[in-house]
Design a protein around this ligand. Sequence first.
Ligand SMILES: Cc1cc2nc3c(=O)[nH]c(=O)nc-3n(C[C@H](O)[C@H](O)[C@H](O)COP(=O)(O)O)c2cc1C
Length: 214
Amino acid sequence: MDRRNFIKNTAITAAGIAILGSAAGLTNNKIIGDKKMNILVITGSPHKKGTSALLADEFIKGAQEKGHKVFRFDAAFEELHPCIACEVCKTGDKKCIYKDGMEKLNPKLFEADVVVFVTPLYYFGFSSQIKMAIDRFHANNHKIINTNKKAMLIATSAAANDWTMEGLVTNYNNILSFLGWENSGILLATGCPVREVIEKTEFPKKAYELGKNL
Ligand SMILES: Cc1cc2nc3c(=O)[nH]c(=O)nc-3n(C[C@H](O)[C@H](O)[C@H](O)COP(=O)(O)O)c2cc1C
């Protein structure tokens, strides 16, 4: 599949929400039903009032109005260490050597029905702040792989080329394939460098609807 078709088949960027199934390509938005769920929202921006924080706020508002229980973990404001690949976590029943913000995140990760990754685009991928938390999933792969979880991706970027989000979406899809989680929705807010710009777009409303339709 060439680059243009890749993006066409996986995302409607400037236009709004893009939804793709974990393996089957483009699908309709999945309404998960009336079940009240535990939703874990992991954000990755150091801007408390930035573009992606606004979309996280709106998504959470929608999800809470629907009655879901939401836990928000702002990775940029937690004490987190990058995984150093010591693999101590893989020996016996030893845990990660770091006692940090992951101790708060992990119980929520284990109980989550849906994990929502909210990130600004940094060099065509996740921000390092959120990626640090994702890498630390490594210590608990055995507890989260094939656990019937769903995931969502919400991202903002300054640029709005048809390939701008390609690397991020591929990374997200590969993470889901590895973990055996099902994609439940992707919102790619391209062309939004700052808050004043994104506030004038449909993206905040789309984020709200994504939460409300869960
Ligand atoms: C370190 C860094 C890297 C960035 N890389 C990209 C990029 O690769 N592509 C892009 O379109 N925008 C890039 N941007 C712009 C941000 O994605 C954009 O401003 C976004 O809206 C910021 O979100 P926030 O307000 O939630 O932090 C980058 C910004 C920073 C600070």
